[in-house]
Design a protein around this ligand. Sequence first.
Ligand code: CO
Length: 438
Amino acid sequence: MTAAAISVTARAQAQDLLDFIDASPSPWHAVASCAARLQAAGFQHLPEVDRWNLQTGGRYYVVRGGSSIIAFTLGKKPPLDTGITMIGAHTDSPGLRIKPKPAEDVSGMTRLGVEVYGGPLLATFADRDLGLAGRVMVRSDKSIESRLVHLAEPLLRLPNLAIHMNREVNENGLKFNKQTELPLLLGAAENGTAPDQRFRAPLANALGVAAEDLLTWELAACDTQKGSFWGVDREFIADSQLDNLASCHAALSALLAVEQPRQTCLVALFDHEEVGSESAVGAGGSLVGDVLQRIAGHFSLDAEDQRRLLARSFFISADMAHAWHPNFPGAYEPCHRVAVNAGPVIKSNANQRYSTNADTAARFMAICQQAGVPCQQYAHRTDLGCGSTIGPIVAARLGIPSVDVGSPMWAMHSIRESAGVLDHGYMIAALSAALRGQ
Ligand code: CO
């Protein structure tokens, strides 16, 4: 590849992805970023508590719990004629979450207690300039408000133990006891100031409220380093949360690119994938089924027709895939090495860790062909446990044909993941083709 082989469009799409991620340091921010883009494109917000008054050709979005969002466009054709094409992805990423009462003084240092959210590569969180992002519940005059907060300057740190006290680290790997060795350093303890006050002060400052009005929070330690291009031709990208904000961004970009679709199109971005999806806002919850039922209601579909609609629909679960790493050839299934910048990956697993079957894989291959992008196939090594996605969960809940796809990436669940510039453009093109339909 040469730098010239990367089109201006692909470069711009990758830059837009990095900007999207840098503005989305938590699932709540990711949903706010999506909502802002949808709103700017003329999509209308539908509160779940309101009665919906849908119009054919209308463009809408629904938010649940602040961290999951579904956007949809009602096609010109009745959905029973075309089915609904759906793309799903997840807004959450593994990492460290701040506890409800996190601050503690220990021998002159103020530390924050954390919970491990999902399955991060913990060692990558050490020695990073960490900020803080998420939502805080704030008491106001009449009510309680949910406010987003993003402390984007280095505030927290998990310093490594020096190699002089951890002599075997390069042989045994970098390990942390999750309870005792992961608390994040916030500052030197201050005589006469409670650690809780030290923790609340920067949050209260950022929000412009009194510290005692901060009721409680859901906060993640976030990377303060912005996304970057790297490689001799700047053909790769690095950022936090590529898994799975890259798929969220690709799905959203596709939905925004297909302005007047014939068919009804839906993009569902769920929180809680990294912890199993079983929640009111997760893919295992009722959200997508509820929205589909309300769409069916608009078209006055009875129970029989609702099932016909589902049988005709298609779900594309978009989540990142494991790219082949030349330094670890033994980690991969020999005939299923997927390369970075070689196109979307169709992920298959006979044990249904992925929802793909031969029929749905073939459908996605045809979509890629229609979009003029290459595509690859991935299967995990047989002697390694395979990860999973929202694909099998949504497919089982709705009973519809589903495929698992994703862009290849390295270092999944590191705080600094990497992927390919071209792949992001390919994925947007493939998902746009899927939404555009035949
Ligand atoms: Co993922």
